[in-house]
Design a protein around this ligand. Structure first.
Ligand SMILES: NC(=O)c1ccc[n+]([C@@H]2O[C@H](COP(=O)([O-])OP(=O)(O)OC[C@H]3O[C@@H](n4cnc5c(N)ncnc54)[C@H](OP(=O)(O)O)[C@@H]3O)[C@@H](O)[C@H]2O)c1
Length: 271
């Protein structure tokens, strides 16, 4: 039996790359799919089953408002936190005054998840996954993400944001352990997409040369879909394909506590 028939699934960043492949594959199985993104996207053959909500994660007020509307209109079974960017070359601030990657790749997604959990029927199962990256392993353990121009490094900003996603899934699994909810992070490997968009022109050219040697996003979408059908997911864990990775980063407890305090001092303003 396909566990995914007639489920209601939210995919953030569903307008391109992996997100778009996930959208199409879940629709093909007869589910209702809600995608978010900044761009317009029409999928005419799935009318009635596909719903696009346009939202820019660099604006937390808009992110919260759109997420609340989605929750008012749909009762979700699955959430895939997939929206993401490669960090811009130059230090860039969001509308809310945070470093761009930190907000789009992590903070806005944590806000989305908390709103969904708050509005979710407590008796109903919910799976929340996040598309992270292997680079989370090279992120520094001081959780000192790029806060200002002087210490900005785009590789660091990206790897930090991917570590924060992993920590978020682990943190939510403990915070909501009494509820019928499962959280996990997913490592997709390197696949071809449009993630190079915010990068300099030379990067675009190099990316196009390398793209044929990267994984096909259709295959990556199938891997994640397969994972979501498993009934024995270890909540809070990181998954590589079907494998559960045991090496959750070891972070100092005090640093973690102050990281969550800071995150919630922002998130709570928009709940
Ligand atoms: N490609 C890889 O090799 C690779 C490897 C490891 C991890 N990942 C992760 O996989 C995920 C999907 O990336 P992809 O490679 O498929 O890239 P992609 O083709 O660029 O897709 C990214 C998606 O995120 C959305 N997005 C970007 N900025 C946004 C913003 N400010 N507000 C709202 N939505 C925004 C985009 O929608 P709009 O443009 O419509 O806003 C798009 O739908 C990302 O989290 C990425 O970090 C990718």
């Amino acid at each position: 039996m396909d566990l995914y028939t007639n489920k209601t699934i939210l995919i953030t960043g569903g307008t391109s790359g992996l997100g778009l492949e996930l959208v199409k594959s879940f629709l093909d199985k007869g589910n209702t799919v809600i995608a978010t993104g900044r761009r317009e996207l029409e999928l005419k053959s799935y009318e009635g089953k596909f719903h696009l909500y346009r939202v820019d994660f660099s604006d937390l007020k808009e992110t919260a408002s759109v997420t609340k509307t989605i929750c008012d209109n749909f009762s979700l079974d699955i959430v895939v936190n997939n929206a993401g960017i490669l960090s811009p070359k130059e230090f860039t601030l969001t509308k809310n005054g945070f470093e761009y990657t930190y907000q789009v790749n992590y903070l806005a997604q944590h806000l989305v998840d908390e709103i969904i959990i708050k509005k979710h029927d407590p008796g109903k199962p919910l799976i929340i996954s996040a598309v992270t990256s292997p680079v989370y392993k090279i992120a520094a353990r001081d959780l000192n993400y790029a806060r200002d121009k002087t210490n900005y490094n785009r590789t660091r900003a990206y790897s930090d944001s991917k570590l924060f996603q992993v920590l978020m899934c682990s943190h939510l699994s403990l915070k909501y352990k009494e509820q019928n909810m499962t959280f996990f992070s997913f490592l997709p490997g390197v696949f071809s997409s449009r993630i190079y968009r915010m990068q300099p022109k030379l990067f675009h050219a190099l990316y196009h040369l390398a793209a044929p040697f990267m994984k096909d996003p259709v295959k990556v979408a199938a891997e994640l879909r397969g994972l979501l059908t498993q009934s024995n997911i270890v909540t809070g864990a990181v998954y590589n394909g079907k494998m559960h990775q045991k090496d959750l980063p070891d972070i100092d407890e005090d640093l973690l506590s102050s990281f969550w305090r800071e995150s919630y001092s922002i998130i709570n303003q928009f709940l």
